[in-house]
Design a binder for this molecule. Structure first.
Ligand SMILES: [Zn+2]
Length: 243
C-alpha cells in the first residue's frame, strides 16, 4: 500500500490493523561512467513497493537525497549534510509517529547514509521510547550479498557496482548503457579512508567507480537480485516489531 496513492481515510483504516510503516531512503549521486543518478534511491524505492504490495504494508515516498558529501566533486550530486539528514529522518519518523505509526523500517540504498541513520535512531529512541526502529541496506540482505559475490566476486567493488547497475537495468530496460571493461586494481583499498573528502575522492576515483567493474552488469542479473531482495524484504517486514 503506497502512501502516495492513498487517502487519509485509507490510512486511518490501515492503522486499525497495523502500525507498521516502511520508508525507502537513498541518495542522488554520481554512479560512475554509465550509472545514473537515481541508482541509490530507485532500487530501495522499487523493491520496497514490491515487498509492501505483497505484505499489505504501508510504504512512504522515498527520501531521495542522502549523505553524499564525498561525491560532490562530480556535478549533479545533491547531498544532505549528516546533521541535516538526521533532522529529516527525525521529522519523518516524528510525523508518522504523530499519526499513530509505531514500527518503522528504513530500507536503505546508500552506504553513506548508514552511520547517520544510526545516529538519528539513537536520538529518536529517547524521544519515542515505544517506537521500534530498524534500518536495512538492500545490498546487505544475506541472499542478495551472497548472489552478488557469486556473480561478480572482487569485481563487485564498493560503488557503481555491477549489482546496483544491474538492478537499474532491470528497472529501466534498455535505458542504462552497457559499460566497457574496467581496471579495478587501483587505488590500494587499504590506503583509502572510509569517507574521503570530495576533492580526494575525485583524485582517487577519477571516473567515479570504487573498485567495481560495471561492465559485468546485465538486466538478467538485475532481475535475479531484485527478486531476491523483495523476497528477503517480505520476511523483514513480517518480523518488524517482533524484536
Ligand atoms: Zn550506489
Amino acid at each position: 500500500m503506497e502512501l502516495a496513492k492513498s487517502t487519509w481515510k485509507q490510512v486511518e483504516k490501515y492503522l486499525k490493523s497495523s502500525t507498521k510503516v516502511v520508508i525507502p531512503i537513498g541518495s542522488t549521486e554520481q554512479h560512475g561512467p554509465t550509472g545514473i543518478f537515481c541508482t541509490d534511491y530507485v532500487i530501495p524505492e522499487r523493491i520496497t513497493i514490491a515487498a509492501c504490495e505483497r505484505t499489505g504494508t504501508l510504504v512512504t515516498p522515498v527520501i531521495s537525497f542522502g549523505m553524499s558529501n564525498h561525491h560532490l566533486a562530480f556535478a549533479g550530486t545533491v547531498s544532505l549534510n549528516p546533521s541535516t539528514l538526521m533532522k529529516v529522518v527525525e521529522d519523518v519518523v516524528g510525523s508518522l509517529y504523530h499519526g499513530g505509526f509505531r514500527e518503522f523500517l528504513f530500507v536503505n540504498g546508500h552506504g553513506g547514509n548508514t552511520s547517520t541513520l544510526d545516529a538519528a535512531f539513537s536520538e529518536i529512541r529517547e524521544k519515542y521510547p515505544d517506537a521500534s526502529l530498524r534500518a536495512i541496506s538492500w545490498y546487505k540482505l544475506p541472499a542478495v550479498h551472497k548472489k552478488a559475490e557469486k556473480l561478480f566476486g572482487k569485481r563487485e567493488g564498493s560503488h557503481s557496482t555491477p549489482s546496483e547497475i544491474s538492478v537499474t537495468m532491470h528497472i529501466f530496460p534498455g535505458f542504462v548503457k552497457k559499460a566497457r571493461k574496467y581496471e579495478i586494481s587501483t587505488p590500494d583499498k587499504k590506503k583509502v579512508k572510509y569517507l574521503p573528502s570530495a576533492k580526494e575522492f575525485r583524485r582517487l576515483f577519477k571516473d567515479g567507480r570504487m573498485w567495481s567493474d560495471p561492465s559485468l552488469a546485465s538486466e538478467k542479473h538485475g532481475k535475479a537480485l531484485f527478486d531476491l531482495a523483495v523476497k528477503e524484504l517480505v520476511k523483514e517486514i513480517k518480523d518488524l516489531g517482533k524484536e
